[in-house]
Design a protein around this ligand. Sequence first.
Ligand SMILES: [Zn+2]
Length: 309
Amino acid sequence: MKTGLITSDTYQNHDTGTGHPEQIARVSVIIDNFKKLNNKNLLWKKPSIISDEIILTTHDLEYINLVKKSFPKKSFSSLDGDTIISPGSKEAIFDAAGSIIAAIDGVENKEFKNAFCSVRPPGHHSSQNKAAGFCILNNIAIGCQYLLKKYKYKKVAIVDIDVHHGNGTQDIFYNNENVLFISTHQYPYYPGTGSEQERGKFNNITNIPLPAGTSSEEYLNAFEYALKKLEDFKPEFVLISAGFDAHEDDPLAQFRLKTEDYYHITKRILETTKNFSHGKVVSILEGGYDLKALQDSSKRHVDALIEFN
Ligand SMILES: [Zn+2]
């Protein structure tokens, strides 16, 4: 079976203004590269149209209404200090959330074995009722709730490899024993959360904070603990918050991962969970702000998804 690649052109309508790191080109470089490579093992698919009912599993009604009313007629407005929206952002935001729904349905319907969603804006800093850190809807949390509610899974793991702590995702699942949330991240750093003491009501949160300057070797050693937790939890489905901003070339953080590490990290997640999840893995783009590093690292991430059987 192929690997699903979920994307649409609407990310181009989400304009964050000149000089903003969370820029349109982030997804363009990934998509243009996959188009050029023309890999026959990829099955391209558009996002699903997402209903309010699905979003309401994750976000408060008041917050959803606030987001819907906030799109400016022209120019820009902001939902928090660095979360900018423009007139066309609405389609991009709802398509980003709809992409993970399309990916999950595709895996469940055996259209493809696993999937990567190349979309923006990212989602993992967004909580039930708050936009933050370029994130408006928490795409991966919406996907996770969809797995629990529609497909009745009892054990879903979210692995967040973005260099920033996935505080929004942690908040949403802090008291949910059906979800294991694992995050590796630079610490102390934005958004300030992510200490080892934040464990969740059911010990279902595993934070692996690492200092600025963390090398590939140090990261991969620390990641063994994440894999051990995954093995213990035995997830039936795995979601990956795929941020590529732990790369050594990234301008927003100070980890020193190399492009090739993303292949190994992905492969290790797949190998560790295959006996429980049978390869059911959906990954979605979070951060990653050096365009070349993002293009190459996401390609190696997807290579691991394609190769895995
Ligand atoms: Zn990040």
